[in-house]
Design a binder for this molecule. Structure first.
Ligand SMILES: [Zn+2]
Length: 250
């Protein structure tokens, strides 16, 4: 008679607490001591303490076939990445953008339509950024905090009108050029370092395969993966509007 009672108690306890427990696990906070002795709290379910940390970033999506497969892979490997999405693509595939957001990746802006911002006038720069922000907020209810200017093309006019921290990269996988997962992995292994921002594109099948290989290989070398905002927080860097960031070294 004891067993059913135990089962019943477990069941009721689960009704009350299991869902909450799962949510809390996904949002658990990693508290670490940043440089200068400043204590920072970073929401991250995997303990990155004592590890080298890098940010996987994906541009130019969302594109349903490849982005959804990437999201499946990231979920399986328990990795949070940063997606710099185009407003045009997000408005075409809002359900994929919503999934990126719901699965707690960092959703960021790659502008509305991938124009080279340093060739635009001030008001045109502001429009490219604000239109993308409106699209992303319309899907998730939240403004993206970070912008990656297309081609990394920046000048003074861009800096003064972008209204957000500008995130570039330090590991260029050239995935768009090789379209070869092994080449993507090799370029990453050859140039990665603690605090690097890794550039990829979630619109190629080979990039999704390459991302899986990068995660497995770098983990063997004591790396862990965080979002760009988490990387900056873990390194005690306060991101400022109009400033450019490409890595966050210890
Ligand atoms: Zn791009």
């Amino acid at each position: 008679m004891g067993v059913p009672v135990v089962l019943l108690v477990s069941f009721v306890a689960c009704l009350l607490g299991c869902h909450r427990e799962q949510v809390r696990d996904a949002e658990s906070v990693l508290s670490i001591e940043a440089p200068m002795g400043k204590q920072v709290e970073v929401p991250y379910k995997r303990n990155a303490y004592g590890k080298k940390i890098v940010a996987l970033t994906f541009d130019d999506g969302p594109f349903p076939a490849t982005t959804n497969r990437l999201l499946d892979l990231l979920r399986e490997k328990e990795v949070q990445a940063t997606f710099f999405e185009l407003g045009t693509m997000a408005s075409r595939y809002p359900e994929v953008t919503k999934r990126v957001y719901d699965e707690k990746h960092e959703l960021a802006s790659h502008t509305m339509s991938h124009k080279q911002l340093n060739k635009l006038r001030a008001n045109e720069v502001a429009t490219e950024v604000s239109q993308a922000r409106d699209v992303l907020r319309g899907i998730t209810g939240e403004d993206p905090k970070l912008v990656r200017p297309p081609y990394g093309a920046i000048n003074v006019v861009v800096a003064e009108n972008v209204g957000a921290p500008m995130i570039l990269w330090t590991v260029d996988t050239e995935d768009w050029k090789s379209k070869d997962a092994s080449a993507v992995l090799e370029r990453t292994k050859a140039t990665v370092f603690d605090g690097a921002v890794i550039l990829m594109h979630d619109i190629y099948e080979s990039s999704v395969d390459g991302a899986g290989m990068i995660i497995d290989e770098l983990r063997k070398d004591n790396y862990e993966f965080v979002t760009v905002s988490e990387l900056s927080e873990l390194r005690g860097v306060e991101l400022k509007d109009g400033e450019v960031y490409g890595s966050f070294r210890p």
